[in-house]
Write a protein of this length. Structure first.
Length: 303
């Protein structure tokens, strides 16, 4: 196994151990002091949130609910190792391939799903964090603002330039020999995203479903804070920490939660989150490398 992959896999565990040493926490107590109701609620609401967002994904990608759920479940596990577009977004696209979508269409629609994931949680965080602001959250505020800016800049560009012709800048980019084969896939992807964005009902419902999903996912934290507002703040803070391009948000997640809950609870949340995300690896055997290679060859003829 690649040494970098081994490091990435063990990175969150290493950070948890270091965190426990700094705050003098016996790791055994992390498990012994777990509230069973909190554990049950955590996993139930995690699956419920996946289900709610999968309804949205099924509408965006044009696949059935079970396929969307499987894609979301598997993609979350991949995000532990590879954050960003080349991780969970590509993982969902790979699952969509089995339903007849081409790799360029599947990937562009998967990116559109992430547009809602990222921006809804970023806006929620920026609105709510001021009710419980801490200097430790400054890096997350910048992360949320940066993600919103980059996503709207990118989506705005796609929407404004989406047609089956390249503009001058794009012509120069795709004049490069090794990028030329991607031209058609790039144009198709932009058109596909614009068609979905032009549907106001889909855009509105996607935003609402994403919001509801995050609210449901916040419910277990009420058992910790005894305040629904505080529960939402805890969840939004954690979710924005996951936007930091570090595998599993190792280190950043622990630091951000420390401003909101006791160190022991920080570790409990992290352990439960890592376990819940890891459950998606049950689908890894269904991924066919040959199938992916075939689709990529269709997009990139020179491979």
């Amino acid at each position: 196994m690649d040494k970098k992959l081994i490091l990435v896999i063990f990175l969150p565990i290493i950070i948890i151990v270091i965190y426990s040493i700094i705050f003098r926490i016996d790791l055994l107590n992390v498990f012994l002091n777990l509230n069973p109701y909190f554990v049950i609620a955590f996993f139930i609401t995690y699956l419920a949130q996946l289900g709610i967002v999968s309804i949205r994904d099924s509408k965006i990608a044009g696949v059935d609910f079970l396929t969307a759920f499987k894609a979301r479940f598997f993609a979350n596990s991949i995000s532990l190792i590879i954050p960003g577009a080349m991780g969970p977004d590509l993982a969902r696209a790979v699952i969509y391939l089995r339903k007849g979508l081409t790799i360029d269409r599947a990937f562009s629609l998967s990116l559109l799903e992430s547009f809602y994931d990222v921006n809804v949680i970023a806006f929620m965080f920026l609105v709510l964090i001021w009710f419980r602001f801490s200097p430790l959250e400054i890096i997350l505020i910048l992360t949320a603002l940066g993600n919103i800016f980059m996503w709207f800049l990118g989506i705005g560009y796609v929407y404004g330039t989406s047609n089956y012709n390249l503009n001058r800048v794009e012509q120069k980019v795709f004049s490069i020999k090794y990028l030329k084969p991607l031209e058609e896939a790039y144009l198709n992807g932009k058109v596909e995203m614009k068609e979905k964005l032009k549907n106001p009902l889909l855009t509105f419902s996607s935003s609402i479903l994403t919001l509801v999903g995050y609210l449901v996912q916040s419910l277990p934290f009420y058992l910790i804070s005894r305040s629904f507002l505080q529960a939402i703040i805890i969840n939004t803070t954690y979710q924005v920490a996951l936007l930091v391009p570090i595998p599993s948000a190792a280190g950043v997640a622990e630091l951000s939660l420390t401003a909101l809950v006791p160190p022991l609870v920080v570790l409990q949340i992290r352990v439960l989150e890592l376990i819940s995300y890891s459950l998606g690896f049950v689908y890894v055997k269904e991924i066919s490398i040959d199938e992916i290679r075939k689709e990529v060859k269709e997009v990139w003829k020179t491979i």
